[in-house]
Design a protein around this ligand. Structure first.
Ligand code: HEC
Ligand code: HEC
Ligand code: HEC
Ligand code: HEC
Ligand code: HEC
Ligand code: HEC
Ligand code: HEC
Ligand code: HEC
Length: 436
């Protein structure tokens, strides 16, 4: 006791000084944090999210629609476009003779603003989108090239990535199922690239839900899940079982989803989403609306081939990975995944070889999808082959194995048995036929 009393400071005094110092540090840290948050994009969180900037607007569209469709004004009022002064008229108002315009309250409006309207201010995003398979190739996949204008045909021909299936006939299932069904099926996803009446291409709102046009919404993987789901392209399911998807599911609430485009980095999110790998400017890689820009294979094809300029695409994709993984890890991963693609290709080629003698001997009807064997042959590559390939590239082991490779092996066995039966029925000896 006497030792402590002889000290110049009592324990109580020391504690007070320490607490004061700690409080000082906390204040400084808070100031730094606040400055950082406010500094991002020059807007405070409050400006973007909480305030409806249209609340006291005297714009006629706004004041009337506040009563008629308050939801639209409420949503748009919270968008950063409204904060930047972009008005209802900027997207909706057109001349009387504009294709698709309707007369409205003394002016003319579009019910569904087209890509041409966005293009007035977002030329670069539209140009990139137009060069991607989300644009015309998505539409041609079910509609064929017949409905395209001269100008659209030229645009289509200029898309390097469209050279895969360049003039695809209308997909057989599209014809078979008929409009009553396909308007809710194929078209629900593939209209992301449908031309509008004014000739401009696609639906920006497939990913940018109106009228919030929120970056957070566009960047979250659920947005892609609208279409990238199901047995033939289960990228959403695969992502959910990947380490990246688990990081998103368990920690995503804490990520900075509103980071200014082009500035997104590991500070904002510690793992990747669909958009991070395929679209976002991340670290040194710039933002793109051309979702083929970082891909090396045509994974959706029955037998996958390399894309034009695929080496450049790999460099761009790997630049994203290398923000979080080292180059040895990435190179090894790419070598292994390339090897898997070739292994799946071999199985699909094997299925072609089983089918060929049936075609040569006229044992398949000319109509698609009318014999059981048509379905087995189709599912082998269209469902399981694609699934195994996407599963490997996006880290979903269950999809590579039980929804992929295993199903392929099972279908190969079934295909062989069916083919032999058809040959025998036709009086041919399967052993001889396949020995040739
Ligand atoms: C005096 C009121 C009023 C004004 C002013 C007004 N609207 Fe409307 N608007 C309406 C009403 C009412 C509807 C129909 C809502 C419904 O069907 O539920 C409508 C519908 C619309 C539609 C859908 C059209 C359709 O046929 O489907 C659009 C787009 C639209 N308004 C945009 C605008 C824009 C842009 C402006 C400003 C240039 C504007 N409105 C000005 C009242 C107004
Ligand atoms: C950045 C462009 C943009 C702005 C700004 C914009 N809209 Fe729209 N709006 C759209 C798009 C795109 C659609 C069509 C969405 C679709 O059908 O896929 C739409 C649809 C509509 C519709 C018809 C759809 C429905 O659900 O009834 C109305 C009405 C409408 N907007 C009113 C407004 C009003 C009022 C404002 C201003 C407060 C506004 N819009 C601002 C892009 C915009
Ligand atoms: C009149 C010009 C104009 C038109 C037309 C326009 N935009 Fe914008 N848009 C802007 C401006 C300016 C910003 C920047 C806002 C900011 O960063 O604060 C922006 C930002 C955006 C953003 C990013 C939002 C964010 O939170 O940073 C998206 C997404 C977007 N626009 C989509 C669209 C789409 C889709 C259309 C067409 C349906 C469209 N825009 C039409 C001017 C426009
Ligand atoms: C749930 C959304 C969805 C539905 C429904 C859908 N597709 Fe697709 N389709 C996709 C996606 C996503 C891809 C890309 C798959 C990939 O790259 O792994 C694709 C790929 C394709 C391709 C291969 C790429 C190409 O352009 O050659 C064709 C052909 C195709 N779809 C046609 C159709 C037809 C025809 C229908 C209806 C019978 C249909 N799709 C229904 C989402 C869908
Ligand atoms: C496949 C989904 C998808 C489609 C379709 C899409 N976008 Fe985007 N968009 C995104 C994502 C994701 C981001 C955020 C990128 C990032 O992380 O920085 C974005 C960002 C933007 C931005 C702000 C970033 C920037 O580059 O300034 C604009 C503007 C924009 N999109 C406009 C459009 C327009 C116009 C269209 C239609 C031609 C369109 N988008 C179609 C997904 C999409
Ligand atoms: C409205 C439906 C829809 C949405 C939403 C959508 N896609 Fe797609 N996507 C498609 C279709 C359809 C295709 C196939 C196009 C084709 O090849 O015919 C496709 C193809 C792709 C491809 C392969 C492109 C190529 O060059 O082969 C990638 C990568 C892709 N999408 C990524 C995304 C990402 C990332 C998102 C979310 C930010 C997203 N998509 C949202 C419908 C959609
Ligand atoms: C960690 C990065 C990463 C994430 C996360 C990711 N992808 Fe991918 N994706 C890839 C790579 C790498 C490939 C194959 C690249 C190649 O061909 O070189 C690929 C391939 C694809 C393809 C196949 C395109 C074709 O050739 O037919 C589609 C479609 C796709 N991704 C969509 C998505 C969607 C949707 C999500 C989210 C649910 C997603 N991706 C998440 C990296 C990623
Ligand atoms: C923003 C950071 C980030 C980016 C970008 C990213 N990853 Fe990852 N990745 C992670 C994290 C975090 C994990 C989980 C690591 C763990 O299991 O502890 C992971 C895990 C993985 C795994 C699984 C490793 C294992 O041991 O199971 C693979 C494979 C992988 N990433 C490949 C890629 C590829 C390929 C790309 C680029 C196309 C990529 N990643 C982009 C952060 C990222």
């Amino acid at each position: 006791m006497s030792d402590q009393q002889s000290d110049s400071r009592s324990p109580l005094q020391t504690a007070r000084i320490l607490i004061a110092a700690l409080a000082g540090v906390i204040v400084v840290i808070s100031i730094v944090l606040v400055v950082q948050v406010v500094g991002q994009g020059g807007q405070s969180i409050e400006e973007v999210g909480d305030v409806n900037v249209l609340e006291n607007s005297s714009n006629e569209c706004v004041t009337c629609h506040e009563n008629n469709t308050p939801g639209i004004v409420e949503q748009y009022g919270h968008s950063s476009m409204a904060a930047a002064g972009v008005s209802c008229e900027d997207c909706h108002e057109v001349e009387a003779d504009y294709p698709g315009s309707v007369e409205h309250e003394g002016t003319h409006v579009l019910q569904q603003p087209t890509t041409a309207m966005c293009e007035n201010c977002h030329e670069q995003e539209v140009a990139q989108f137009n060069q991607s398979r989300h644009a015309l190739p998505s539409y041609v996949a079910y509609a064929g090239t017949e409905p395209l204008t001269e100008e659209q045909l030229d645009l289509y021909a200029s898309i390097p990535e469209a050279q895969f299936n360049p003039d695809r006939d209308r997909n057989a299932l599209f014809e078979l199922e008929g409009h009553a069904v396909t308007q809710f099926a194929c078209e629900g996803c593939h209209n992301v690239g449908k031309p509008a009446l004014d000739g401009s291409i696609g639906e920006c709102t497939a990913c940018h839900l109106r009228h919030e046009f929120s970056l957070e919404q566009a960047r979250k993987p659920e947005t892609c899940n609208a279409c990238h789901i199901g047995p033939d392209h289960p990228q959403w399911e695969i992502y959910q079982e990947s380490a990246h998807g688990i990081a998103y599911a368990t920690d995503g609430d804490n990520w900075n989803w509103e980071a200014e485009p082009g500035t997104l980095s590991v500070v904002d999110m510690p793992a990747a989403t669909c958009a991070t790998c395929h679209m976002s400017g991340f670290g040194g890689t710039s933002t793109t609306h051309d979702i083929g820009d970082r891909l090396s294979w045509y994974l959706a094809a029955p037998v996958s081939e390399r894309r034009p300029a695929w080496q450049d695409n790999v460099v761009r994709m790997q630049a994203v990975c290398s923000e979080c993984h080292n180059s040895d890890f990435i190179d090894t991963f790419y070598d292994d995944a390339d090897e898997l693609v070739l292994a799946i290709n071999d199985w699909v080629i094997e299925s072609d070889e089983i089918m060929q003698p049936l075609k040569d001997n006229g044992l398949l009807t000319p109509e698609p999808f009318d014999q059981e064997i048509d379905f087995v042959y189709f599912e082998l590559w269209h469902h399981w082959g694609r699934t195994a390939k996407s599963g490997a590239w996006m880290q979903g082991p269950d999809y590579v194995q039980w929804h992929g490779a295993y199903e392929i092996l099972s279908d190969l066995a079934e295909l062989r048995a069916m083919a032999e039966e058809l040959l025998i029925e036709a009086g041919l000896d399967p052993e001889e036929v396949y020995a040739e």
